[in-house]
Every structure is written in structure tokens, then in C-alpha cells.
Write a protein that binds this ligand. Structure first.
Ligand SMILES: Cc1ncc(COP(=O)(O)O)c(C=O)c1O
Length: 402
């Protein structure tokens, strides 16, 4: 059958993720890859999860192996609400919807909050999976350029004033952003919400990295400052537990939770109940804090190793930030240099990164930028990988601009 003409406009507009395509390329054994965005599998709490899963199947299999309520397994909703209260978010289980990863939360937010063609304000650079999800709803984007301190209220205001149509939503990753590694200082967070309030924006706060905090000081989420229920908060078990369990959560006003639950019903009926039961036991058993402390100590060591190597080897023309948590360092070369073209040279030098242009809303933007992940590479390899990458950049800077 000739399938051209078969597919919907939405499907025709979808593009495969540049990053997934790239990850396949860099999985050759001798390449040091700073390209991934996955947690280090060696740090999964495997034994503990094996013990808990065996227990929840044996003792509670009638429920954990059954279909569940679309809104989520009540013990997990309660455990998530307790966890969020400890971060300064006032909520109860009625504010929580369990999702199949926070990616589903992003998708459902688009499904219930956007009409085709609506404008969404986004940080630039932003999470590719978020941009792709909102593109499914024919969203147009109003990008706000962000530096190491993330979204700035004045820049947000400026972008809104210049927007061709009135945006409906702000999608942001305020803490240890993917890809930028940026964090909005806590003191600036109420001002962001104030701008959103004045412009009637719903704020989708995506926070999968917030727990991975190397700074010692707590950083309260935007949602902790939300006084009128305009923030739809998305959390995830992927970076603090296991991404394979595909667990995320939404914390929002009950009316929004009800709409998203209705929308979820037709996408997957319910999130994997077994995963939910395991995660509920993990949280209720008090294992999260101990596990996160282990992740933080390892990832922080790797962040330090990466920055130290960059300080030592990178040419002075290169710029990079010093993230206080999460997975990523964001770097740049002077304007005119193209990290897409340099990628091939990096692969020849056996080192990989993700091109920064992938995280921009328009083609041809951010061509001189790149994202480096430190979380899956050991410290010695980080040093060697950065040395290799610096060699590629120095050669490009010494030669003509590529
Ligand atoms: C900013 C951001 N949001 C959402 C996700 C999706 O995560 P999940 O595994 O919870 O669907 C990711 C995954 O990398 C991410 O970086």
C-alpha cells in the first residue's frame, strides 16, 4: 500500500529526536560520550528495588498486578504529596496525578491547556522533549533567552510584550535546567509568577533534576510560591530512582488534575501499577533521601571533575557555566563557530556532545553552543574526554572558522 497521504498533519510534522539518533552513533566503545541524558545505571538501587518488588507482588499482587485508577495508586499519591510538602509545596493527594514519566505530564498539559496554534513561552535553550510535545498541538513558541540564572522576569516581560499573539502558557525548568544547567535564584521566583499572573499565563514547572542539588542550600520550586493555583508542577522518579519504571507526577489544582486525568484515561488507562506500588514503598520506607545523597555525592564529584578539566584545557574563547546540580554543563564557542560541523571532528577524536542548536526553537539558532553531560562518565574519563574536546576546539579556533 502506498502510505503517502495516509498520515495526519500532526504525524507529518513530527521529527525524530536528534539526540536519540546521535546517541546511537556515539555508542561505539572507545568514544567518551558526554552526549547522554540518562542517569548512571550503576547507581540504580537495584537490590533494594528487587526486594521491594518481590514483596509488593507476593503480599499485594491482587492490587499491584491489577489495573489501577487513572489518577494513580493512592499510597503513592500520598507519599508524593508528603515529599512535595517537605519542599514547601502545600498540597494533598487530591492535587496529585501519577503519570507515565513526566514526559506524559508535559503531553497532558498540552492536551488540556492548549488549543491548536496557541503560543507557549519557553526558555531558550529548552528541553527538546518538551518542545516536541507542544509541537503536537501546533504550538508556536515565544523563546526567552536564558543564561546561567535561567529565566529573568524582565526578559520574560520583554518577550511577552513583543509576542505576536497572547501566549497561554509558560513551560520552564527552573532548577538545574536541561540543557542549560541553569537555575533561577529563589529570590527571583515570585517575580516570575507575578509576570505570569499579569499576563494570564499558566506555568508548567518541569522539575526532574531538583533533588540533585550540589549547593547544599535548599531551592524551593516555583510551585512553593504559587498563590493562585497557576503552576502545574511536574516531578519524576527517573533521575532519582529508575527511568525504566516510567513514573512521574503532576501537582496542580484539583480542576486541572481532573482534566488531565480524563485526558490520561484515553492514552494509557493508568500508569504501571506495579511500578507505582514499588515507588510508594521506596518513598514510605524513607529510602529516597539516602539514595539521593549517594547520587549527589557521585554526580557532584563528576561535575567538579568536568569543570576542573574545562578550566585546565578549554581555550579562553570558550564559555561555560558552573551548574549547581543536575546533569548538564552548557558551553559555547564564539559566534560563527558551528558545533554541528565540529561534531564530526569530535567523533574522530573519540569524544561526543549534544549540539546546542537541538534545544532551540528555530533552525539556525545556538549553532555555537553545546551540552555536556557529566553524570554517566567516571572522573578519569571526564578529564580525558574534555582534553580531547578542548583539542578539537583549539584546532578550530586556530584555523578558520568552520
Ligand atoms: C526537563 C525534562 N523533562 C522531562 C523529562 C522526561 O522524563 P521522564 O523520564 O520522567 O518522562 C526529561 C528527561 O530527560 C527532562 O530532562
Amino acid at each position: 500500500m502506498d502510505l503517502s497521504g495516509t498520515f495526519s498533519r500532526t504525524s507529518n510534522s513530527m521529527k525524530p529526536s536528534v539526540i536519540r539518533a546521535l546517541l546511537k552513533l556515539v555508542q561505539q566503545g572507545d568514544i567518551i560520550s558526554f552526549a547522554g541524558g540518562t542517569p548512571d545505571a550503576d547507581l540504580f538501587p537495584t537490590d533494594l528495588l528487587a526486594e521491594i518488588s518481590s514483596r509488593v507482588i507476593r503480599e499485594n499482587g491482587r492490587f499491584s498486578l491489577q489495573y489501577g485508577e487513572t489518577v494513580g495508586w493512592m499510597p503513592l499519591r500520598e507519599a508524593v504529596a508528603a515529599e512535595l510538602n517537605s519542599k514547601g509545596i502545600r498540597c494533598g493527594s487530591e492535587n496529585i496525578l501519577i503519570t507515565t514519566g513526566s514526559q506524559q505530564g508535559i503531553f497532558l498539559s498540552g492536551l488540556v491547556l492548549l488549543d491548536p496554534g496557541d503560543a507557549v513561552v519557553v526558555e531558550e535553550p529548552s528541553y527538546l522533549g518538551g518542545l516536541q510535545a507542544y509541537r503536537n498541538f501546533s504550538a508556536s513558541f515565544v523563546p526567552v533567552p536564558c543564561g546561567a540564572e535561567g529565566l529573568d522576569p524582565a526578559a520574560l516581560e520583554e518577550a511577552l510584550a513583543a509576542a505576536p499573539s497572547r501566549p497561554r502558557m509558560l513551560y520552564c525548568i527552573p532548577t538545574f535546567q536541561n540543557p542549560g544547567g541553569s537555575t533561577i535564584p529563589e529570590a527571583r521566583r515570585p517575580a516570575i509568577l507575578e509576570v505570569a499572573r499579569r499576563h494570564g499565563l499558566v506555568v508548567v514547572e518541569d522539575n526532574p533534576y531538583g533533588e540533585l542539588n550540589f549547593s547544599g542550600g535548599a531551592i524551593r520550586p516555583l510551585k512553593a510560591f504559587d498563590e493562585d493555583g497557576r503552576v502545574v508542577y511536574l516531578g519524576s522518579f527517573s533521575k532519582i530512582g529508575s527511568p525504566g519504571m516510567r513514573l512521574g507526577w503532576v501537582c496542580a489544582a484539583p480542576e486541572i488534575i481532573a482534566r488531565m486525568t480524563m485526558a490520561k484515561e484515553t492514552t494509557d488507562v493508568c500508569t504501571d501499577v506495579l511500578s507505582q506500588a514499588i515507588a510508594a514503598e521506596f518513598l514510605k520506607g524513607g529510602h529516597l533521601a539516602r539514595h539521593v545523597a549517594r547520587l549527589v555525592s557521585t554526580y557532584q564529584g563528576r561535575r567538579d571533575a568536568m569543570l576542573k578539566a574545562m578550566d585546565e584545557f578549554f581555550p579562553p574563547e570558550a564559555t561555560y557555566n558552573r551548574p549547581q546540580g543536575g546533569f548538564f554543563v552548557w558551553a559555547g564557542l564564539p559566534g560563527g563557530f558551528n558545533t554541528v560541523e565540529l561534531f564530526e571532528k569530535a567523533i574522530q577524536a573519540k569524544v561526543a556532545y549534544v549540539v546546542g542548536s537541538a534545544f532551540h526553537t528555530r533552525e539556525g539558532q545556538g549553532l555555537n553552543t553545546l551540552r555536556l553531560t557529566f553524570c554517566t562518565v567516571d572522573e578519569a574519563k571526564i578529564r580525558e574526554g574534555i582534553r580531547r574536546l578542548a583539542g578539537v576546539f583549539k584546532e578550530a579556533l586556530q584555523g578558520e572558522k568552520v
